[in-house]
Design a protein around this ligand. Sequence first.
Ligand SMILES: [Zn+2]
Length: 377
Amino acid sequence: MDALLIGTGGDFGWPQDGCSCASCLRAAAAGIRRAPGRVVVDGQLTLVPGTPPRSPNGRSAHRVLEVPGGWDITGPDGSRLLAAAAPGAVPEPPDGTARFDIALLDLLASPAHLGLLRARGLVTEQTRVAALYTDHRISSQGEMDRRCALWRATAGQDGQVVSTVERVSGPTPASEPAGAVRPHRTLIIGGARSGKSSEAELRLSGEPSVTYLAAGPWADEKWEGAGGEPDAEWAQRVAAHRAARPAWWRTEESVDVAAALRKETGALLIDGIGTWLAAVMDQAGAWPDDAADWAPQTGAADPQHLVAARIDELIDAWRQTRALVVAVTDQVGSGLVPAYPAGRLFRDQLGWLNQRLAAESDLNMLVVAGRTMILPA
Ligand SMILES: [Zn+2]
């Protein structure tokens, strides 16, 4: 089966005529032109958003099934194609559907849906996955290529043929994801609301098996406000984060990050190292109440000693893990020195911990204002 991608853009193509958004201007400057989405299957069946697939000469021997959000097409030779019906549509084949050889999806609408299709066995390592309906929802072609590589998909281009026989022909895709070596341990560093958690979730969206580890404190009475009462505002934040994650991801809430690193073999998202360290220092009673507590202590019962042991255990598990792991951590102390000893201690500890984790990571990224930067190895 061949799927000729005549157009790979959204309803109005990309760049969109008359649109002066940064994405469209950037695409125009780069000479990119994507026509509105349109696909021809085996030279016989035309897919256009908003209408059922049709055969101009009426000779198509393909079996076409409508599924919620898309089309399930079987060729005369039994090869199978899943296509999103239109920009924003998310095809959801019913249970019992056979696996597909080609999947043409709107990866900007719901990248995590690709992970779900993989989890259901409908998209496998043999399935050619290409993005359709790409438009100014993405900032640039480079960002699209970057994401598609993470998701083991190809950012479809106008004129490209996606085939079950020869992998992909036509214009050479800007990135060739399949078989690319993915970083085994990724550390994502950023300030508050920098977009670091979103980047972590995005990176694992195409994965069929993801465990989300909320590394404490989480939405219960353990995190107290200034008056010792449960912090309702924090609980709300945690609940909102949870609701935004794909529903089929497993969520665990634990301070034992080292155990998760040792146990997991699928994808593991740790969010985050800063809250983990705060919880570990809390458990060890390591928060100094005043400057006098700065004096170094010795012995196994020393709170700082307990914290150091937990950090060593974490680094060791991070180094040895078999999981595809992405951890989020906070960039602390860009200038202002905390006014209290506890703040200074936490800042120092997290800064040192970040350095040690980064030294043992395959990929380190800094996220600023939703923009990602790869840090040098
Ligand atoms: Zn635009």
